[in-house]
Design a protein around this ligand. Structure first.
Ligand SMILES: Nc1ncnc2c1ncn2[C@@H]1O[C@H](COP(=O)(O)OP(=O)(O)OP(=O)(O)O)[C@@H](O)[C@H]1O
Length: 236
């Protein structure tokens, strides 16, 4: 579903923010991308979803190149940034309909999906209100719903659990499992190792732009906690 091969990115200067990053996310995977602040997680994620140009390496989504077939990639991908910017002067429902229009989702399907996810996130009653009146968490919920409207094959999230209350975080985890059961894949960055350990079947650890280890949770932890395994490889 997602294949990154030797992706490198520099913002100028000698240091590479991403240095020959390679990894593979398969259908059904919930893949955690972990590393300290400034490790290169967002730099990698933003290239995957086509908001950051790159020249070195290749990124394929569902077999399509992010560089040469961006539309094909965007049709099947959803991206939820760490701090989503929504159109503040629209109501929640206007924004969701706008996104559904962009992805050319029919009336019946969009209504059904919006109702389903709005109900799951307990935000149905607020959808008629202006987004500018929403709390940070409500904006995040609307951003998540907007990302799910076109039933993505690949869901990419940057620090998705920051700012969500426990109930919403639980709902998002259920949604991730549901998508993967239907054959999609989820790739997300996090600092919260406990969440990654419980949720992910695979993880990659990135340090100073380089993937220092990746694989299944069992391979990486080998009987230890993810926190112990992480600190061992990170400090080695
Ligand atoms: N727009 C930019 N211009 C210059 N340097 C940048 C830019 N964005 C990121 N960097 C640098 O690239 C490196 C990787 O940053 P990145 O944001 O990808 O890390 P991250 O792992 O997502 O960190 P965090 O967990 O803090 O979000 C850092 O050294 C950062 O300072």
């Amino acid at each position: 579903m997602l294949e990154i091969s030797n992706y490198s990115k520099s913002y100028g200067g000698d240091k590479l923010a991403a240095d020959s990053v390679s990894l593979k996310v398969e259908s059904g995977d919930i893949y955690g991308f972990i590393g300290h602040n400034g490790a290169g997680k967002s730099t990698t994620i933003r290239a995957i979803v086509g908001v950051l140009d790159f020249t070195d390496g290749e990124i394929l989504i569902d077999g399509h190149s992010v560089k040469t077939e961006p539309m094909e990639c965007k049709k099947v991908t959803a991206y939820i940034p760490d701090n989503p910017d929504l159109y503040e002067n629209l109501t929640g429902i206007q924004f969701l309909n706008f996104v559904a229009d962009v992805f050319q989702i029919g009336d019946a399907e969009r209504s059904e999906r919006i109702a389903h996810y709005a109900n799951a996130f307990e935000i149905t009653d607020a959808l008629g209100d202006l987004i500018s009146s929403y709390s940070h968490g409500m904006k995040q919920k609307v951003a998540i719903i907007s990302a799910l409207i076109h039933e993505p094959k690949l869901l990419v999230l940057d620090e998705p659990f920051v700012g969500l209350d426990p109930k919403a975080a639980f709902t998002l985890k259920e949604i991730m499992h549901d998508l993967c059961r239907k054959g999609a894949a989820v790739f997300f960055s996090t600092h919260v190792l406990d969440v990654a350990e419980k949720l992910c079947n695979k993880v990659a650890i990135i340090k100073q732009g380089k993937i220092i280890t990746s694989g299944t949770m069992e391979e990486l932890t080998a009987g230890k906690s993810l926190e112990e395994a992480f600190l061992e490889v990170y400090d080695a």
